[in-house]
Design a protein around this ligand. Structure first.
Ligand code: GRG
Length: 295
């Protein structure tokens, strides 16, 4: 992670502290604490950093980008809190800490996820209002909602859970990867294109690059679940196998997974190079970081 990444991560984390802080009574204060336990627990902040920094590189509106980046991180965090529940992937550790339900119980973890999701949409609607209905903000907002919704992350999670302990075709494996993990990463990068009024052909290139970044991200996640270590990743290792998950590693082995992830990242890099007139070095640095990701 370079200094620029750290700077933007700090900016986003500062902004994230402003959303759940003023409780009018002890119930609200306590629940703020529960929500912030997961939201402010760290994590790479990859999606919001990508949204914000890509908007900066493409010369878009950074005020809107910061708000939408925080909304996206809230959606991502809610998905992790719910994914960790006993009814889903049943995890004890996340971001190097005990999971929300382990500390506060299942009901509070479900409600914390609900609060994060709803706050995200409140931020999105406020951003649309603040922008006086700017077309780019609306398109970015619609994309985030679609990507997080039924035909996005949720259906990916549905099929992931539904196919546990079964063998699946390559098409179904692709469908899980593209939706569960890929869609939010595409939303992060392509939203920046909308906030920057890119042309349709430039958006298409951004979308293609983001697709390959999202795909490789899941491959590396699958690989780390087998070959990573808790100290780096901050969550339990070997869970996929224990849960009978259909991972890329299950069908392709570790070495092929690693090399395919590198290939996807190379395609992303070549695609980004076709977008002319902007200095996208930061994105090339992120691609390098992902190539060597250990957490
Ligand atoms: C509950 C609707 C619903 C969806 C959950 C996010 C998710 C879908 C499942 C998590 C399972 C998983 C390991 C997915 C792989 C990719 C992924 C999203 C990893 C976690 O994201 P990181 O590595 O986490 O960016 P940090 O903590 O750094 O933010």
């Amino acid at each position: 992670m370079n200094d620029d990444y750290k700077k933007i991560k700090n900016l986003i984390e500062m902004h994230l502290t402003t959303f759940f802080k003023n409780g009018n009574n002890n119930h609200e204060k306590r629940f703020n604490e529960i929500v912030n336990y997961s939201l402010l627990a760290g994590g790479k902040r990859l999606r919001p950093v990508l949204l914000y920094k890509t908007t900066e590189l493409l010369k878009g509106n950074l005020e809107y980008a910061l708000d939408l980046a925080c909304a996206l991180e809230m959606i991502h965090t809610y998905s992790l809190v719910h994914d960790d529940l006993p009814a889903m992937d049943d995890d004890d550790y996340r971001r190097g800490n005990l999971t929300s339900h382990k500390v506060y119980g299942d009901a509070m973890a479900i409600l914390a996820g609900d609060a994060l999701l709803n706050r995200a949409y409140q931020i999105i609607i406020s951003t649309i209002l603040d922008s006086d209905g700017d077309k780019g903000v609306i398109k970015a907002s619609e994309l985030i909602a679609k990507s997080a919704g039924f035909k996005g992350m949720i259906i990916g999670q549905v099929v992931d859970i539904d196919t546990e302990n079964k063998d699946i075709s390559n098409d179904v494996l692709n469908y899980i990867i593209e939706n569960k993990t890929g869609k939010l990463l595409i939303a992060a990068i392509v939203s920046a294109g909308y906030l920057s009024d890119l042309s349709e052909s430039e958006i298409e290139l951004l979308n293609k690059a983001a697709y390959h970044i999202g795909y490789s991200f899941q491959l590396i996640d699958d690989y780390l679940d087998v070959a990573g270590d808790y100290d780096h990743i901050g969550k339990s290792i070997g869970k996929d196998n224990k849960l009978g998950k259909n991972t890329y590693v299950k069908y392709n082995g570790i070495e092929r997974t690693k090399s395919d992830a590198q290939n996807h990242l190379n395609i992303a890099k070549d695609t980004l190079k076709m977008i002319k007139g902007y200095n996208l070095d930061f994105l090339f640095d992120i691609i390098e970081y992902l190539k060597n990701r250990e957490k």
